[in-house]
Design a protein. Structure first.
Length: 354
């Protein structure tokens, strides 16, 4: 196959590109605008491969999208290009509306125009795989709010987004499904839980805490730190996404989770414990933890039921939270140059979304 990956220089997108090039015989066209979080250094290991090519294109630019489709003639699209940080969406929602909604619409229309030119067999085999988030579902009951078994997000959970980011992703999900229903474009949607792992831009919790800890800076915890997330190692997610685009059924939704519900405070404390063992200093890193005013509209709990992925596509996460987090910390310790380059001139780990 020849797969067009949008947002392939981002965190999850680059993991998908590396997985495809390193573990399959497929070719990848990486289409990325290279905003602040897009970084070609994350693809150095594959950028000389003859099955890899790069196009610096904004998904809102229809003419350029048409050129890319006509030049490369992909067999599938994996759409990961998105603004994705909740705090940034609170500060500046316009970019999220433009990229996540208008950009997805523009990509759908460019894909549809190209798809309509294909022969019947190629049309039937084509896939448009839209990668989304569990945040479109809103939040779930927290353990301190009710007794007994707690619910999980399933593929039929109603949408109730809380932030400008999740609302824009919910909108893009609806557009993708509408293009299947109205135009017959063969689409699939996946919704994932919080990803973590190597090459993660340090505005997100885990890389921010690792880098702040090493520099002796405060480790900020929103509110009481009791917000619960299901953590998914990014390389497990990349494997799942490839399974979906190659084996998933048109019109289906697949939820992808890591089976690791953790409170934010526990995540930060675990990072501190790993650093205490790997890079000990005179005081425990946990002494750098500080509590700050919570994020507006902060969802309290996310948790995904991945039963459908397991039963229908035979996928399970390979990493536990403990093994994945230790690998992540070790990667950041070994890749300080990458960390410096992605922050130069754009972001110095200041708080956003106040």
């Amino acid at each position: 196959m020849k797969i067009l990956v949008t947002g392939g220089a981002g965190f999850i997108g680059s993991a998908v590109v590396r997985h495809i090039i390193n573990n399959t015989n497929d070719s990848v066209i990486n289409l990325d605008k290279l905003t602040y979080a897009g970084n070609l250094e994350s693809l150095v290991s594959v950028d000389s491969n003859e099955r890899y090519s790069f196009e610096q294109v904004d998904i809102c630019n229809r003419a350029e999208l048409d050129r890319v489709f006509n030049t490369h003639k992909p067999d599938a699209v994996m759409h990961l290009a998105a603004e994705s940080h909740v705090d940034r969406s609170i500060t500046g929602p316009a970019d999220f509306i433009q990229t996540n909604i208008v950009g997805t619409y523009t990509l759908l229309e460019a894909t549809r125009a190209y798809w309509n030119t294909l022969a019947d067999d190629a049309k039937k085999a084509f896939r448009f795989h839209h990668i989304s988030t569990d945040e479109v579902y809103g939040d779930l009951p927290h353990p301190d709010e009710q007794d007994g078994p707690l619910p999980l997000f399933t593929e039929t959970t109603s949408y109730a987004p809380s932030s400008p980011y999740s609302a824009s992703k919910a909108s893009s999900d609806h557009l993708v499904r509408a293009w299947l229903r109205t135009y017959g474009l063969p689409t699939i949607v996946t919704n994932c839980s919080n990803n973590y792992g190597p090459y993660h831009f340090p505005e997100k919790l885990i890389p921010l805490v690792i880098l702040n800890a090493l520099e002796g800076k405060a480790l900020p915890i929103y509110g009481k730190g009791d917000q619960i997330r299901d953590w998914l190692y990014v390389e497990d997610h990349a494997r799942a996404l490839y399974k979906v685009v190659t084996q998933g059924q048109v019109g289906e939704t697949y939820n992808i989770g890591g089976h690791n519900e953790k409170q934010n405070l526990e995540v930060v404390q675990t990072i501190c414990n790993i650093l205490d063992a790997l890079v000990p200093k005179d005081k425990p890193y946990a002494e750098q933890i500080t509590y700050v005013t919570d994020r507006p509209g902060h969802d309290r709990r996310y948790a995904i039921d991945s039963t459908k992925m397991s039963q229908e596509l035979n996928w399970q996460p390979q990493e536990t939270f403990e093994t994945g987090l230790r690998q992540t910390v070790e990667w950041y310790l070994a890749n300080q140059t990458w960390c410096q380059h992605v922050q130069d001139g754009s972001y110095q780990r200041e708080r956003l979304g106040i």
